[in-house]
Design a protein around this ligand. Structure first.
Ligand code: SF4
Length: 541
């Protein structure tokens, strides 16, 4: 199979389409078909006008794990492959590797040789959704996209919101998988509903399908560009049609998306490179911010276009700090190297001279603790053992049960800790609930001193771009000063990596990072939705 490698995107307004296979679809009215019988219509169309921006106090609800995990959560991961007869099985493996990016639902959509798209979605882990081999067998074809998601809604709504979404519009079927969060979702949805669009989910991703269906541009590549240029916020997207796979990244590049290739020429897209490694795909490059990569199933040609207007890059620094797996390369950097560098910088800024040993909070504090030990010359030990089989529950139990759940998940190694001055390194501190329990565990195991070191700045802002964080009122660093946090956690000393030091690790690239949860400098703010026009039932008259 011949495969033309795409040129790196060099966006200019006059050359948005670098190369594409032209089609000539018939223009006309466009309507997405979803399986719903309810129809609504409007007495009057909403006026379309720009709206001012605002910063909400609370963006997304935060769900507390019964096991006491206090980290923010990545909300999605995407994976796609085209040009391989085992596409859906490869997708299944890729999604398994991205499982940490979303544990509540998973799905795969595949394009069969007959050109028909089919999808299988379900609640739970990837292995649970596809436990029955018949489900994968039902997805034949050499092109597939998949999605893992973390949901915040109830089971019924959650099932409807599991991606990929598969829809039919005038020119055929299209499936979409989305990682990120649109900050103008409600404004767009209100406007589309005012024009007669019918929504089947509460997901911002469905808006994108409607924008594609109602775009007057053609062919599909232009419709996708047209739709995406109306979006604001974070989106790494995969679209699958009968003959093409499209990969799109928002102009600021908030969320990661990489491209690779298998030995047989199949082209692969994934949220993280660890998923490429698993299926023997070689990492080629990032999908550039604002780029649309198109792979044609018929000749495996790869072409590229770019969205306009262009924006300064703002990649999520929390991907490096916590979300991505340490063996991934994200935004061009090896994640484990970044985390080790944070730990070294933290030791330079805030040493613990009376300590004897450095231990990580497993698993995400591992490399930062290693860096701290390297820079401070202290012994590195595994003083806490993480138990991986506790699973997750979104039923909120009593505080006493939560406390016990932390002990279930983390166990101290008494021989490492007893009588020692211990530096315990974690990747971030959000609400502080887990940290205080860790300090208590270490003291109960005989630690002489406990020095908490956090390898990122204090979290003071909620994320608007696809990460589930607590409301700002719940963030411990918003509620009290450093000494107040130390007293609440109960450690002998506490220090965070400063934002300046974090920036210094990135040098000239520092301005290309989103660090809004540490600085509240939000690169793009939500759009105020216009008032919803009055709705009446189609059956009323
Ligand atoms: S606000 Fe924080 S978590 Fe959200 S994209 Fe920016 S750096 Fe990442």
């Amino acid at each position: 199979m011949a495969a033309a490698t795409a040129a790196a995107a060099t966006p200019t307004a006059s050359t948005r389409l670098l190369r594409h296979t032209a089609g000539a679809p018939v223009p006309g009215p466009h309507q997405i078909k979803f399986s719903t019988s309810l129809e609504l219509r409007h007495r009057s169309a909403a006026r379309l006008s720009p709206a001012p921006a605002l910063l909400p106090d609370r963006v997304t609800p935060f769900n507390f794990d019964a096991d006491g995990d206090d980290h923010p959560r990545e909300e999605c991961g995407v994976f796609g492959v085209i040009g391989d007869p085992d596409a859906s099985s490869l997708c299944y493996l890729g999604l398994q590797k991205l499982q940490h990016r979303g544990e509540e639902g998973a799905g795969i959509a595949a394009a069969g040789v007959d050109g028909k798209l089919k999808s299988v979605t379900g609640l739970g882990l990837v292995g649970d959704v596809f436990r029955d081999p018949a489900r994968l067998a039902n997805l034949p074809g050499d092109a597939a996209i998949g999605h893992v998601r973390y949901s915040t809604a109830g089971a019924a709504a959650a099932l409807r919101n599991v991606q990929p979404f598969l829809a039919a519009y005038r020119f055929g079927q299209v499936a979409v998988a989305h990682n990120g969060n649109l900050v103008n979702y409600q404004a767009l949805r209100n406007r589309l509903e005012a024009q007669g669009s019918i929504f089947n989910t509460s997901s911002d991703t469905e808006v994108i399908l409607h924008l594609i269906a109602t775009s007057l541009s053609r062919p599909l590549l232009s419709r996708i560009c047209d739709a995406c240029e109306r979006l604001a916020g974070a989106y790494s997207l995969l679209f699958l049609t009968a003959d093409k796979l499209f990969a799109v990244r928002d102009p600021m590049g908030f969320r990661p998306l990489v491209m690779g290739r298998r030995p047989n020429g199949a082209v692969v897209f994934a949220s993280e490179t660890c998923a490429l490694d698993l299926i023997d795909a070689t990492y080629e490059r990032e999908v550039a911010p604002g780029e649309v990569v198109v792979v044609d199933r018929r000749d495996m040609s790869v072409s590229s276009a770019c969205l306009v207007p262009h924006r300064p890059r703002k990649s999520c620094v929390f991907e490096h700090i916590y979300f991505a797996l340490p063996h991934s390369v994200v935004f061009g950097h090896a994640v484990h190297e970044r985390r080790t560098a944070y730990g070294r910088a933290l030791a330079e800024e805030s040493p613990a001279p009376t300590a004897d040993v450095v231990i990580p909070v497993p698993d995400s504090g591992f490399y930062a603790a290693l860096g701290f030990a390297q820079a401070s010359g202290l012994e590195f030990q595994q003083g806490l053992i993480r138990w991986h089989y506790s699973g997750r529950s979104f039923i909120q139990p009593s505080q006493a049960i939560r406390d016990l759940a932390v002990k279930l998940k983390l166990s101290p190694v008494r021989g490492v800790i007893e009588g020692k001055g211990v530096v315990v390194v974690d990747d971030s501190l959000v609400r502080g609930t887990t940290s205080s329990k860790i300090v208590r565990l270490l003291r109960d195991a005989g630690a002489r001193e406990v020095h908490m070191r956090i390898a990122s700045p204090p979290v003071i802002g909620s994320c608007l771009y696809g990460i589930d964080t607590p409301s700002e009122g719940e963030l411990i660093s918003n509620r009290m000063d450093l000494e107040g946090v130390r007293r609440t956690i109960g450690c002998d000393s506490l220090a965070f990596l400063s934002l300046d030091k974090l920036h210094s690790i990135y040098g000239d690239e520092a301005h290309e990072l989103c660090d809004a949860c540490f600085s509240r400098n939000y690169p793009v703010l939500p759009t105020v939705p216009e008032p919803v026009p009055e709705l009446v039932s189609a059956f009323e008259d």
